[in-house]
Design a protein around this ligand. Structure first.
Ligand SMILES: [Zn+2]
Length: 172
């Protein structure tokens, strides 16, 4: 999984693990001594690696709070950014803003994947509501309920709430 966008190797759009690379979180151009520092090497997709490249906040930016959120020590998706319904990441902090902007985390391909996942989550909620309605009927329709429960289980098991998208083939 990419350390920055959380895209998984298994997502067909990535082309598999061949599209994944190793990023120097603190870029070698500015931190040459860290070139072989294991703790500075982050597995990531080529989109994020190319966008991030040698970018690092200058002293003036750093003083104003602009920095990359380090995914190994900080909770980017829990503290620095949140998803809106369209699949766009919204910054909650200055560091979140810098990270989203410099790594291009709102590029179309990521927004599309996130919005497809949001659609799957909405389908799950609709099925749950329908099941509650069916359970309240005087004469329960067992076959319909069983079919909806199957659909709900399949969808629910394909979605990991900790990541913003899943492999395409698991989405509705
Ligand atoms: Zn990525």
């Amino acid at each position: 999984m990419c350390a920055y966008c959380l895209l998984q190797e298994g997502a067909p759009i990535t082309g598999g693990y061949q599209s994944f690379q190793i990023d120097h979180f603190r870029p070698v151009a500015k931190f040459p001594r860290l070139i072989r520092d294991y703790w500075n090497l982050y597995y990531c997709c080529h989109w994020c690696n190319n966008a991030k490249s040698d970018t690092w906040p200058n002293n003036d930016q750093a003083k104003r709070g602009y920095r990359f959120v380090d995914p190994c020590v900080d909770d980017f998706y829990g503290k620095h950014a949140r998803l809106d319904v369209s699949g766009r990441l919204e910054a909650l902090t200055t560091a979140g803003d810098f990270t989203i902007r410099e790594i291009l985390l709102n590029r179309k391909i990521f927004r599309d994947l996130r919005s497809r996942r949001a659609a799957a989550q909405m389908t799950i909620e609709r099925i749950k509501l329908r099941l509650r309605q069916l359970a309240a009927e005087k004469e329960p329709r067992a076959e319909l309920i069983a079919a909806l429960e199957d659909q709900l289980n399949t969808l629910s098991s394909s979605i990991n709430p900790k990541v913003p998208y899943e492999p395409d083939d698991l989405l509705v």
